[in-house]
Design a binder for this molecule. Structure first.
Ligand code: ADP
Length: 329
């Protein structure tokens, strides 16, 4: 974590990378906390794209009305591949300074934090990160904004699929989101009573899954649900179904939940997390902290240097995977 010395008059806020339910609640918390301390706030549209193109909008107390319950992000989000170039980042910082911004709050994931870290490293422009991603794979925080909502949406779908699976004695493979990460699959698997999960952290072969399905059948089980994290290749559930059909002759139905998991109203847990972290981000900046992320650790809000966050992926606890297997006999 680094420290800077400026009396804050105006800060910027942006959402970047994949959208996550609860980002609006975080924006609201940033704006209302800042204005309470007489700090003006500028909204930057579409993440780094808006910073490069000077797409700014003033945010006041009333513009935050009626957004806490909305999914998506009222500031829009975006991906700006050109931000990998140093000259583009220099232009972005010049734009931020011309707008009168003393610091910024970045709501996003690992990639967005990497961009923010470079703004400090190259230009001493202070940024604080707020973890907003449905994947929950950010190191330094127990949970990320959007994860709880995504798990609950996927769980509702799995409960419905279970009705069909049980009525027709069927095997289902349900693919959930999770780019390189099995947090959603693991929580949904435990809460939905799945037989097996396919996640990057704890790879299972189709043969091992077939063994588990057969063992369940020998105990009288007639239907099974397997959960697969999409990983790098959305649609991998079809490959798994094909392999299971070829190897064991089981006809596995596939359901890919896809983008429905991202949308919708955030859960109470996500709104509260977003409110706490959005507010904490402004308090951290007021204390002169930057080049860091605010997170929650053992129930308390903490500030973690970007150096300990970026590139330090958090992994699913093996204990949870074992629990799922123990309970799905
Ligand atoms: P997330 O923040 O959810 O991980 P991305 O990985 O898509 O999402 O990153 C969001 C944006 O952050 C990118 O479009 C890019 O503008 C910026 N970014 C990501 N990685 C870097 C990097 N290594 N250097 C500079 N900017 C980056």
């Amino acid at each position: 974590m680094r420290h800077f010395k400026t009396e804050l008059k105006k800060i910027g806020v942006y959402t970047s990378g994949g959208d996550a339910p609860g980002m609006n609640a975080a924006i609201r918390a940033v704006v209302r906390t800042a204005i309470t301390h007489n700090i003006e706030v500028t909204g930057i549209l579409q993440g780094y794209c808006g910073l490069i193109e000077k797409e700014f909008m003033p945010l006041d107390l009333r513009s935050m009305a009626n957004i806490i319950q909305r999914g998506g992000t009222m500031l829009k989000t975006g991906r700006a591949p050109e931000f990998h170039k140093a000259e583009v980042r220099a232009k972005a910082v010049a734009n931020a300074r011309a707008e009168g911004l003393d610091a910024m709050v970045c709501i996003g994931g690992d990639g967005s934090f990497t961009g923010a870290h470079l703004l400090w490293k190259e230009h001493q422009f202070p940024v604080i990160g707020v973890p907003g991603t449905i994947d929950n794979d950010i190191a330094g925080t127990d949970s990320t904004i959007g994860f709880d909502t995504a798990v609950n949406i996927a769980l509702e779908a799995i409960d419905r699929i279970r009705d069909t699976a049980a009525s027709h004695d069927r095997l289902f493979i349900v693919e959930v989101m999770g780019r390189d990460s099995g947090f959603i699959a693991t929580d949904v698997g435990i809460a939905g009573g799945a037989e097996e999960i396919f996640i990057p952290e704890n790879p299972v072969t189709p043969d091992q899954a077939i063994e588990r399905i057969k063992a369940g059948m020998s105990r009288g089980k007639k239907s099974s649900i397997l959960i697969a994290a999409e990983g790098h290749k959305p649609g991998r559930a079809y490959d798994l179904a094909e392999q299971i059909r070829k190897k064991a002759g089981f006809d596995a139905k596939v359901c890919i939940l896809g983008h429905v998991q991202r949308g919708g109203s955030p859960t109470a847990a996500d709104r509260i997390l977003a409110s706490r972290l959005g507010s904490a981000a402004v308090e951290a900046l007021r204390q002169g902290q930057c080049d860091a992320m605010v997170g929650v650790y053992q129930g308390n809000v903490v500030t973690v240097p970007f150096d300990n966050v970026i590139g330090h992926k958090k992994h699913v606890k093996d204990e949870l995977v074992q629990l799922l297997r123990t309970l799905s006999v």
